[in-house]
Design a protein around this ligand. Sequence first.
Ligand code: AMP
Ligand code: ZN
Length: 443
Amino acid sequence: MEKFIPEDSSPYFNREMETLSRAEIEALQLQRLQQTVAHCMQSPFYKKRFEEIGLKPEAIQSLQDLRKIPFTTKQDLRDTYPFGMASVPLRECVRLHSSSGTTGTPTVILHTQRDLDEWANQVARNLWMVGLRPDDVFQNSSGYGMFTGGLGFQYGAERLGMLTIPAAAGNSLRQIKFMTDFGTTAVHAVPSYVTRLREVMDSVGVDPRRDTKLRVLAIGAEPHSEEQRRRIEEMMGVKAYNSFGMSEMCGPGVGFECPEQNGLHFWEDYYIVEIVDPETLEPVPDGEVGELVLTTLCREAMPLLRYRTRDLTRVLGRSCPCGRNHVRLDRMRGRSDDMMVLRGVNIFPIQIEKILMQFPELANNYLITLTTDDDNDNMLVEVELEELFTDDYQRLQALQKRIQRALKDEILLTPHVKLVPKNTLPVSDGKAVRVIDKRKVYQ
Ligand code: AMP
Ligand code: ZN
């Protein structure tokens, strides 16, 4: 386990693991997969599942054999709620995280002390990768409690040796005071919250370039476009790195951008990454979009085999100028359940965001509402204006038309567009709510 802190000059937190060649990664994965599968037989769920299909752990002799193992789904987690997937006795577990459970039964993820240690190492590795060192001051502005972005970043930043401020989400004035008083150099927050924070800074006359020591942002936990990231970098005057995580895989730390910002490195010493066609469940070639499927390789309390994340992405490459050969994945387009189907057209909120962010007249907050009017499904896109020129009707109308046309080119149907003054759309402290679906459901 990585308990040491490397020299500041090292670009790697764990040089050995981060610079493995592809052949070394695959050899390590096979060894860890075999151990994981054997360990999974302690879980009532996996034991039964393997017996049902007559699969023996010894049958896993190569990485290709992974495909003999059935997928694990969110439904499986629900069906075994709360502890039916544990691979160790409950007395060996020290932490439980549970999903928000806004739809259906919540899910539970258990951790042993070793799981938590490894998770902290994962997060520390990411933060080190983007240049953070023990001299940095790290402010974690994401929710604490069940949301893993809180404790996950807390322990990871502490493991790296940074002074870590558990600021939690919300209360922007206090966040700004912490940043200026404590000399915060790095912040983690969901992207939509960074935008909000910047607006509040403006309102109290704080300029992050002039009045703070901020130099790195970690943004993640929700889908965001490249355009949104660039805007955030521009408004805060620092680099913003995409951070991917999910509770089922531990939380933050699963994938993170390196300084090249050319995709998310997914840590293949901790996970096996597959991208499959969500319909046929067959693997898709590199470069093609499919559903991300992850197998944990180092988890003790609750290993998951071939977990269908429902996140859609694609492989960008398996080498990088940074010296890491861990697979690079494209930023997530959202979960398959975020997809809106409107008049037979499949649309992701991120497609809309990408277009809106191309208009300098527009601020970052937007809301998509789907309705049924006269038996027709319609989309309304409300978006905040960067500056207040709501009295110039002609200018507003021309802008609205241009946005509508650009959206039509992207999503192939024409939404209604409503331009609203800045700070009038709802904001959330946690993940942003981008879509409200008020459509009638026909049986
Ligand atoms: P949770 O388990 O509640 O933390 O939610 C995990 C989900 O959040 C993932 O499966 C993704 O859908 C989403 N997510 C997390 N990080 C990112 C990211 N960097 N980009 C896009 N979506 C993300
Ligand atoms: Zn890299």
